[in-house]
Design a protein around this ligand. Structure first.
Ligand SMILES: Cc1cc2nc3c(=O)[nH]c(=O)nc-3n(C[C@H](O)[C@H](O)[C@H](O)COP(=O)(O)O)c2cc1C
Length: 225
């Protein structure tokens, strides 16, 4: 009898653990705490579970914010690869993929970049910084050359969204077309002249949770029906 009781308790604990995991995943993804404990699924968790793929993507887009303060925690190689895969999934003009991504995990270099370029937020303890660069040896020729900026911008936004979806924080910090900054970053990172940094993206575990900005504005739309 005692054995049956112990087995029953263990089974209940396993069931409890399962629902807890669901809650944890939900909390992590939404970056908010669920106030309820135990085996239940709160309304938010339930809603989250029911969300279809489209809703999840749209929610990630709508809730992304620039994060500029980090805990200093390092990112794993797997996390960094996920971010790079998302960046490289971006569209590019004639699928040229004219890019190189420089990944900086070296703390001294991060601090140096932050000191010389405070706008980069690299002084605020990111786990790493990723620098999306245009590779001028891979761009289209002639009038299409400058599409590299669009290509790299698409990759940058993909990366920001992936970071957000992974519960990380990130911020697009501008380099190109400020040619003084371009030259500074090339020197700091020892880049060849044909590798042109578009921006610096500090990425890490967020140490702040900025408010999501409401930006939809009907006035910025013109319909042609
Ligand atoms: C091209 C570009 C350059 C930016 N440069 C910087 C920068 O140098 N430093 C910084 O802290 N944020 C920078 N940002 C982030 C913007 O300030 C931020 O996206 C904007 O305030 C909207 O806030 P949100 O990203 O939280 O929606 C930049 C964003 C873009 C798109």
């Amino acid at each position: 009898m005692k054995k049956i009781f112990v087995c029953l308790m263990m089974a209940m604990a396993v069931v409890g653990l399962n629902s807890c995991q669901n809650k944890k995943a939900c909390e992590q993804e939404c970056q908010r705490e669920c106030s309820q404990e135990g085996e239940h699924k709160c309304e938010h968790c339930k809603q989250h579970e029911q969300m279809n793929k489209t809703d999840i993507v749209l929610e990630a887009i709508q809730t992304r914010v620039s994060v500029r303060q980090f805990t200093g925690e390092k990112l794993s190689d797997e996390q960094i690869e996920k971010l790079l895969r998302a960046a490289m999934a971006a569209p590019s003009a004639m699928n040229k993929q004219p890019w190189q991504f420089v990944v900086i995990t070296n703390e001294e270099l991060l601090a140096k970049i932050g000191e010389q370029m405070p706008n980069s937020r690299c002084q605020n303890k990111p786990g790493c910084a990723i620098v999306p660069c245009g590779d001028m040896s891979k761009t289209l020729e002639g009038a299409g050359r400058d599409f590299w900026v669009d290509d790299l911008s698409a990759a940058t936004e993909n990366l920001l969204l992936a970071a957000h979806a992974m519960g990380l924080g990130a911020c697009w910090t501008g380099v190109h077309p400020n040619m003084e900054r371009v030259s500074d970053v090339q020197k700091l990172l020892g880049l060849d002249e044909q590798i042109v940094p578009l921006c610096i993206i500090p990425v890490g575990v967020p140490a702040e949770q900025p408010e999501v900005k409401q930006k939809f504005n009907e006035e910025n739309v013109r319909y042609i029906k």
